[in-house]
Ligand binder design. Structure first.
Ligand SMILES: [Zn+2]
Length: 764
């Protein structure tokens, strides 16, 4: 008897609830890739990843694949929603329960305990946002396969009790940028090196620092289509770390914690992380580190912790992309918080050393995510009860975890000099799920702190007081994992007033504001300047952010690489050359080591001579932050960096907002609108002019008092009266030195106007 395929499918469905296990058409990762995930020296293309999840979607009733949009370079951005088919059939019902648990106003008179009994835990898994962390290209396939192909009892419990939003890559472009580079270098000395391009077209590694500013498409897809509708209880962010310490990091995080985060989230992050470590060690994994390396401070990379969801970062040890490394125990060393050769409470099982490759990475990553899912599925009701409590506490009159009075609201006057910046601020808050109200009477926006994500709004609208942490008593400062300030009013150059005591009268909920266009901050470009942006093969994030800023403002520019600079005759082609934030040695010497000759060498002596000629002939060089030191030396400027050689025990400001006093009579600063000009200071130089006839300070730090506005600053007196922004005359040309980052991560609209002022300025 001949069976029609349809009939077979129907019968299999009737007899086996997990039909996939029996279906010959059920895809395995190997059937799509042609090799097992974790095979040495093999990485998938984004098309292969897409093909796998497309095939899975067709074969399994427990998967719904959705395309959320196109990436920066045009690839499909995917999410696979994975849950029991019965749950998938009622996704909107479960989303409704989620919202009722989240917000007591939505819940109304519904029974909270019943909702918690009925709901599912929503788990967002984001993988490989950092594209040289290549295990993350494969782990989502391994996880999906393990959940769906022949699910055991534990897998069935996970499918029944959770709704998994699996983002196979948070940066699909990077899967191919890194994969293509890797495949092109196999068998050459460059095998296993990082590519000479940013692996996110604009932001590189900073793509995971965009979770409150939402400048990039990929961030927005995840926020708009996953975080906003679902507000997940759990986020698992799959990363990789250095090769030579622990095999994997799992939370608890190190101090400091962002003080606005509800401690329920910190405690449940710790509990879940330790449960995962327990499971992994019980399953025979070694080298598991907790309470190490990573902190819980910046909202730039932990959206969920500010939105009622724990963030479980996993950081597995890297190899050389998909090429294995040999790591004897003696070559292992320390990471912050432990030594990989010493048993401690947070590193109890030593990894003996040896070979470490892509198979190990995928095994650790998928094992950790599995441990997370299994634990969460088993404790479903507890997670939902805790989530409801978070919602109730957010609407309470005060934060029960702090003795500091909490402002009742923040007021944003509408009538400000830079209307686009006000609009950008309100758009940014609303995009982060913050409720913004009209004032009564009208004239301002009001952001009350009693609202579901009021503590997130507070974190972004207040000034940060980063704790003065030392490595040990009297020792050097304890470096933050990232940066220490995230005050939007200072970054954007907008006036925002906190209100304590009685909350101001609220009008209606403000309608969602349209995203303002980037239009050079309201300046009109009257000139047609020919602009070049220097692009090092060392792939500098600040270069990418600079390109992004010019692109969104639709200002044409040319990227020039080392050989273009070395070739000279720059003045014939350009009026302005921008040197993004990069160390002097990096600009001069560039890539070395195993890279092909065409990429090696930096601008070199020939490039320095060419830049000198460019300025002498009337060109303008604009140097950002650390590149200023290159410019001072290469272009022989009458300027000295007063922080050169100063130890971090004497001066420290690792990503902070500092007050500057701007000479508004200078043509470069004429359009500045920020009520409190704030410089983004991060590994920055600070200037003293040694010949006042050839250089002027356009901005200085205050002559007395601490310049700190937000974040962390030790030894600030060294800055008093020193220059933060200098313009020097050289020959017929000009050199502008920014002793800070004027366009930091696309956020510093408050100082960006100085950059446009420098770019557009003409004449002597
Ligand atoms: Zn990473």
């Amino acid at each position: 008897m001949r069976w029609s395929p349809l009939l077979v499918a129907a019968l299999v469905t009737l007899t086996a609830p997990h039909a996939g296990a029996q279906s010959p058409a059920f895809p395995t990762p190997q059937s799509i890739l042609g090799w097992e995930p974790g095979t040495d020296r093999k990485l998938p293309t984004w098309k292969q990843v897409t093909d796998y999840f497309t095939a899975l979607d067709a074969a399994s009733p427990h998967v719904q694949l959705r395309t959320l949009g196109r990436t920066t370079l045009g690839r499909p951005f995917l999410v696979a929603i994975i849950s029991d088919s019965a749950n998938l059939a009622q996704l909107e019902r479960y989303r409704g329960i989620q919202q009722q648990l989240l917000d007591p106003r939505v819940r109304g008179t519904a029974d909270r305990a019943q909702l918690a009994a009925d709901g599912k835990v929503v788990v967002l898994i984001t993988s490989s946002i950092h594209s040289t962390e290549v295990g993350g290209f494969l782990t989502p396939l391994v996880l999906a396969d393990r959940l769906l192909r022949s699910p055991n009892a534990e897998a069935r419990e996970i499918l029944r009790n959770t709704i998994i939003l699996l983002v196979p890559s948070q940066n699909p472009d990077g899967v191919d940028i890194v994969g293509d580079w890797y495949r092109s270098t196999l068998g050459t000395p460059a095998e296993g090196t990082t590519p000479p391009d940013l692996y996110h077209f604009y932001t590189g590694h900073d793509n995971n620092r965009d979770w409150y500013a939402f400048t990039q498409k990929e961030t927005r897809y995840t926020i708009d289509s996953l975080y906003a509708p679902w507000t997940p209880q759990i986020v698992n962010d799959v990363h990789q770390q250095q090769a030579n310490a622990g095999r994997i990091f799992i939370p608890p995080y190190m101090d400091p914690i962002e003080p606005n985060i509800d401690p329920i989230l910190t405690a449940s992050t710790n509990a879940l992380g330790l449960a995962m470590a327990w499971r992994m060690i019980a399953d025979g994994k070694t080298g598991v580190a907790t309470n190490a390396s990573y902190d819980q401070w910046s909202p730039a990379r932990q959206y969920s912790l500010n939105h009622h969801g724990v963030r479980i970062l996993t950081e597995t040890a890297s190899a050389r992309l998909a090429t294995a490394v040999e790591l004897p125990l003696g070559l292992l060393g320390t990471a912050r918080g432990y030594d990989a050769r010493v048993q401690t409470w947070n590193f109890p099982a030593l990894w003996p050393g040896g070979r470490w490759g892509i198979g190990d990475i995928v095994s650790y990553q998928s094992h950790a995510s599995w441990a997370l899912l299994a634990s969460v599925a088993r404790n479903r009701a507890q997670w939902l009860e805790s989530y409801a409590t978070l919602g109730d506490r957010a609407m309470a009159a005060d934060h029960p975890w702090t003795t500091t009075p909490v402002p009742t609201a923040f007021v944003i006057p509408k009538a400000q000099r830079n209307a686009a910046a006000v609009q950008r601020l309100v758009w940014t808050l609303q995009h982060g799920q913050v409720e913004v109200y009209e004032s009564s009477p009208a004239g301002s926006y009001v952001v009350p702190t009693r609202q579901p994500f009021g503590s997130y709004a507070k974190a972004l609208l207040e000034r940060q007081q980063y704790p003065n942490l030392a490595e040990y008593p009297g020792g050097p400062p304890k470096r933050p994992y990232d940066v220490t300030a995230h005050t939007l009013p200072l970054l954007f150059g907008v006036d925002v007033q906190p209100v304590t005591g009685d909350a101001p009268a609220l009008g209606a909920l403000a309608a969602p504001v349209a995203e303002p266009e980037y239009r050079v901050n309201g300046l009109s470009i009257k000139t047609k300047r020919r602009i070049a942006i220097y692009k090092s093969y060392a792939a500098i994030m600040d270069e990418g952010w600079t390109r992004w800023l010019f692109d969104v403002n639709r200002i044409p520019f040319t990227s020039i690489v080392d050989r273009d600079v070395r070739a000279g005759a720059l003045r014939k082609r350009f009026d302005v050359i921008i040197l993004p934030d990069q160390g002097a040695l990096g600009i001069r010497r560039g890539l070395g080591g195993p890279y092909p000759d065409s990429l090696r060498g930096g601008v070199g002596d020939a490039g320095v001579a060419a830049l000198r000629a460019f300025v002498a002939e009337g060109g303008t060089v604009i140097a950002f932050n650390e590149a200023s030191e290159f410019a001072i030396e290469a272009l022989e400027l009458p300027v000295r960096n007063v922080l050169a050689g100063v130890r971090n025990t004497e001066f420290y400001a690792p990503g902070s907002l500092l007050a500057i006093e701007v000479d508004r009579s200078h043509p470069m600063a004429a359009t500045l609108t920020a009520p409190v000009p704030a410089a983004w200071f991060e590994d920055s130089p600070t200037f003293e002019i040694t010949d006042a006839s050839r250089a002027v300070a356009v901005a200085r730090y205050p002559v007395s008092g601490s310049p700190l506005l937000s974040g962390w600053l030790n030894g600030g007196a060294r800055l008093n009266g020193k220059a933060a922004l200098v313009e020097a005359s050289v020959g017929k040309g000009r050199v502008v030195l920014f002793g800070f980052r004027p366009q930091y991560r696309g956020q510093t609209m408050g100082t960006e106007q100085l950059l446009w002022g420098a770019v557009l300025r003409q004449g002597q």
